[in-house]
Every structure is written in structure tokens, then in C-alpha cells.
Write a protein that binds this ligand. Structure first.
Ligand code: SAH
Ligand code: SF4
Length: 478
């Protein structure tokens, strides 16, 4: 652990919010303004959910959220450690913050999230980025008001990392949250992961599985639905093992059933499921409950049994295929998406062809594919036969080409059909178009209607005219 110049005295959350609020009042009221916070978030939905909580605490302490770094009094970078690329991007953007500090010496900069849980990282940042005021790991998120207060009062640098092996992470239920959207919400069901896939850093940086109490999750969702939220996405690194630590057995099915009993017009999505824990009961629950979106994200990672074994995934390709058959038998229109890693150590051309074969057999609706990235401290880091970058690139290009055709064919099947879409707003690429996601979680574009602003966050029916590899296009049915 890096040594802390600043010592963080333990403070309860309400107490630290009060202290920081008073400090803000004193400092910024004199200037006749509120302090501004900017947060940059990398990585998965869990990180986005964490940022919403960090902002919840900071806005409760008097900060206003800004999208403009130049105007910020506090900048936070919430990092991801899953792949090297995400780390490099976060570090390079942290490097770009230096000049802001030159123009605004009162600016406070903090780096947080998964990267910080890796021991060497906190030290790296300490030495390479002398203008970063503090870092804190995912385990310390609820301390943010205390950390900012301490950094501002004592004008020093703080490195606050707790070791997951020592502290399995107390789960806080009292953290205020500022949600980015007013109609779709992330809801964490559990934190951490016990699986230790041989390539993955998550169990090291997020700790062991810790499930939230079922009543807490259901009551959070009930309140969200009452506030008008239309889409609830249940989060967990391995949602279908939800509850094992708390109840002695997996309770994801029963959690879903309880959520479906909540009255109201809303959808439930969930991610991520692990093939080794996916049950027949889960297929039944999805098929029986129209509130659960007909979308299943089930990372396969590789189509080769040798590679799956080396990855410690705990299933074979045949078992994976059987589960997909079961899923399709119970829910014929289920949309299936997956993750694949290309170029895992030892992956031969034959292994890779088995992955391509799996894509062709299953005909996934969409696949997220990643070039294998060496992660410090994982067993795969030390494996022989690391694959050259050139070979990885060539393989992922082949994979993307084949999957592109398959996704296009799948989306074409929707042409002429009418789908329900939760409207998100203007398309990022064409201001005349609106976008949203359908019940099956596919991206749908449609012509911006007259009453455009009124329909954001509502369900509309769209008749699909065209489907291609990445999205579908259609028209609103009045
Ligand atoms: N808990 C989820 C998601 C984990 S991270 C799961 O089990 O699927 C999201 C995805 O990142 C993984 O599914 C995997 O495909 C990819 N990933 C994880 N570690 C990686 C690594 N070292 N290199 C490349 N991709 C990786
Ligand atoms: Fe990583 Fe495997 Fe856990 Fe997913 S299940 S977070 S890939 S260790």
C-alpha cells in the first residue's frame, strides 16, 4: 500500500457531507457561486453506477455537476482496469488535466475506481502525476466527501486504498445517488466476483461476491418505478449467482420474480450472466414474465474447449450450446448477445476456427469481441505462447466480419415487424433521427417526430423498415 501523506480520519457519511457542505458554503458563497464537479467514467455499467453515487454524495455536499472541465473546481477520473486500452486512455486523459491546474491552482483532481485497487497503480500515479491530489479505490467510494474535505483542508496528497483481502467491503445502502437518466436506471444486485477467470482482473480489484439484501433491491426498484423509471438494469459481475453469499444458494430467480410483482409499466434487463450458473429456471422465469426483456447476454469467451479450460470458465462449448437450445426452446424470439476474447495465450488457428464455428452455429444477435490484454497478477499473464499482436488483430478482423453478416441477417428478420421502443432522444449522428432500444435491447432509429421532446423516456411502437449489422430503422406508428 502507498503511504498516505494525508490521514483520513474515519467519518460517518452524513457527518462528512455536512463538513464538506460547510466548507463549500464558506469558500464559494463568498464568490457568490456553487463549486463545480466534473467526472469522467470509463468501463462498465457498474462504474457508471458508482459515478452516480459519487455525484450523489458530492451534490449533497453542495457541488453542481458540469460537463465542462475548464469550469470545474473538482475533477474525478473513474477508471477501468479490465483491459490495457481502457487504462491507457484514463491515464492519458489524466495527463491532459495538468494544464487546467496551471490555470486554476485551486482545482482538485482525484483518480478513483478499479485501476486504483491495483497496488502498483496508486504508486505509479503518485510518482508520475504529481498534480493529482488524491486517489481512492472502489472500496472507499462512500468516503468521497471525507476525502475531498481532507485534501482541501490539509492541502496535501492522499492515497486511499483499502485491500479487499483485509476488508471484504462493507456495503452501504445509504449513499445518495444522482441518476444520469430520468427513465432508465442501473441497480446493483451484488458486487465483486468469485470466478477468477484466468485472464480477468475483476476479482482482484472488486473483491469477493457480496450480494445486497433482496428487500433493499426490490424497494429501490419500487421507488424508481414510482418515480417513472421505465427500464431497470440489474447489475452484477455474475448476476445468476446472486445471493449465494447471503442466502447459501443462488436467489436470482426469486429476486426476478419479486421484482416482476412490482406494479407499473417498466422493463427489467440484467447483466452479466455466467454460462456455468445459467439455469433452466431462469429461462422459465423470462418466458413467464413479460416485464423481463427478451434479451440474454451470455459471454462465451471462446468456442474452443481447450481455451475455455485454460480460461477457467467452468463449461464446455457443448454445454454452452445446450443452454442456448434450451433458451430458444422456451423463448423462441430471445435476442442473444455474447462476449469473446480473441488471442488468449495458446490460442491456435484451430481454436480460433472453433470460435468462428460457434458464432455461425449460434448466430448471436450481437457480439462484443476483445483482443486479449495481459493483466498484471492474473494467471494468464504468466502463460506461455502469448499471441503476437498482429495475429490477434487479424483474427478479430475476421471475427468482426463474420459476426457483422450474422447480426445483419438477424436484424433483417425484423423488417416489417412492429417493436416497442423506449425512446432515448436524438441520434448522435443525425439530428433528424431519434433513437431508442427495443424490448430485445436492439438499437432502433426512427424519424424525429413533431412532439419529439414529449416522447423521450416513453414507449413508442416502431414499424421496422430496415435492419443492418448495428441497428434497425423504422417509423413511428401513430
Ligand atoms: N463479469 C462479466 C464481465 C467481465 S468484463 C463476465 O463474466 O462476462 C467484460 C468482458 O471483458 C469480459 O466478458 C471479457 O470478454 C472481457 N475481458 C475481461 N478481461 C479481459 C482481458 N484480460 N483481455 C481482453 N478482454 C477481457
Ligand atoms: Fe471476470 Fe470471469 Fe468474474 Fe466475469 S466471471 S468478472 S470474466 S472473473
Amino acid at each position: 500500500m502507498p503511504s498516505n501523506k494525508l490521514i483520513l480520519e474515519k467519518k460517518e457519511l452524513p457527518e462528512s457531507i455536512k463538513m464538506l457542505s460547510e466548507l463549500n458554503d464558506k469558500f464559494y458563497s463568498a464568490e457568490g457561486r456553487y463549486p463545480m464537479v466534473y467526472i469522467e467514467t470509463y468501463g462498465c455499467q457498474q462504474n457508471e453506477a458508482d459515478s452516480e453515487r459519487i455525484l450523489g454524495i458530492l451534490t449533497s455536499s453542495g457541488y453542481e455537476i458540469t460537463q465542462d472541465k475548464q469550469k470545474s473546481d473538482l475533477i474525478l477520473v473513474n477508471t477501468c482496469a479490465v483491459r490495457e486500452h481502457a487504462e491507457l486512455k484514463a491515464l492519458s486523459n489524466t495527463g491532459n488535466l495538468k494544464h487546467l491546474k496551471e490555470t486554476n491552482p485551486n482545482l482538485i483532481i482525484g483518480v478513483c475506481g478499479c485501476m486504483i485497487q491495483q497496488e502498483h497503480r496508486a504508486d505509479d500515479i503518485k510518482h508520475k502525476y504529481p498534480y493529482v491530489d488524491f486517489v481512492f479505490g472502489t472500496n472507499m467510494m462512500h468516503q468521497i466527501a471525507n476525502i475531498v474535505y481532507t485534501a482541501r483542508m490539509k492541502k496535501g496528497r492522499g492515497f486511499f486504498v483499502e485491500d479487499y483481502q483485509i476488508n471484504p467491503g462493507t456495503m452501504r445502502e445509504d449513499i445518495p445517488v444522482v441518476r444520469e437518466s430520468s427513465y432508465k436506471a442501473w441497480v446493483s444486485t451484488m458486487y465483486g466476483c468469485n470466478n477468477f477467470c484466468s485472464y480477468c482482473v475483476v476479482p482482484y480489484v472488486r473483491g469477493r461476491e457480496r450480494s445486497r439484501k433482496k428487500e433493499m433491491i426490490v424497494s429501490e426498484i419500487r421507488s424508481l418505478v414510482e418515480q417513472g423509471y421505465r427500464e431497470i438494469t440489474l447489475l452484477g459481475q455474475n448476476v445468476n449467482s446472486y445471493g449465494k453469499d447471503l442466502y447459501g444458494k443462488a436467489e436470482f430467480g426469486s429476486l426476478l420474480r419479486d421484482i416482476c410483482k412490482i406494479e407499473g409499466n417498466f422493463w427489467i434487463r440484467f447483466m452479466t450472466s455466467h454460462p456455468k450458473d445459467a439455469t433452466e429456471e431462469l429461462c422459465e422465469i423470462i418466458s413467464e414474465n413479460p416485464k423481463i426483456s427478451n434479451h440474454f447476454h451470455l459471454p462465451m469467451q471462446s468456442g474452443s474447449n481447450d481455451i475455455l479450460k485454460a480460461m477457467h470458465r467452468g463449461y464446455t462449448r457443448e454445454e454452452y450450446f445446450r443452454y442456448i437450445d434450451l433458451l430458444r426452446a422456451k423463448i423462441p424470439d430471445i435476442c442473444i448477445t455474447s462476449d469473446f476474447i480473441v488471442g488468449f495465450p495458446g490460442e491456435t488457428e484451430q481454436d480460433f476456427e472453433l470460435t468462428l464455428d460457434a458464432l455461425k452455429r449460434i448466430k448471436f444477435d450481437q457480439v462484443y469481441s476483445f483482443v486479449y490484454s495481459k493483466r498484471k497478477g492474473t494467471p494468464a499473464e504468466k502463460m506461455a505462447d502469448q499471441i503476437p499482436e498482429q495475429v490477434k488483430k487479424e483474427r478479430i478482423t475476421r471475427l468482426l466480419e463474420i459476426q457483422g453478416e450474422i447480426s445483419g441477417e438477424n436484424n433483417k428478420k425484423y423488417e416489417g415487424k412492429t417493436v416497442s421502443v423506449l425512446v432515448e432522444g436524438e441520434s448522435k449522428t443525425d439530428p433528424d433521427m431519434f433513437t431508442g432500444r427495443c424490448y430485445h435491447n436492439k438499437l432502433v432509429h426512427f424519424k424525429k417526430p413533431q412532439n419529439a421532446q414529449d416522447i423521450i423516456g416513453t414507449f413508442v411502437d416502431i414499424k421496422i423498415e430496415k435492419g443492418d449489422a448495428f441497428s434497425m430503422k423504422g417509423n413511428i406508428i401513430q
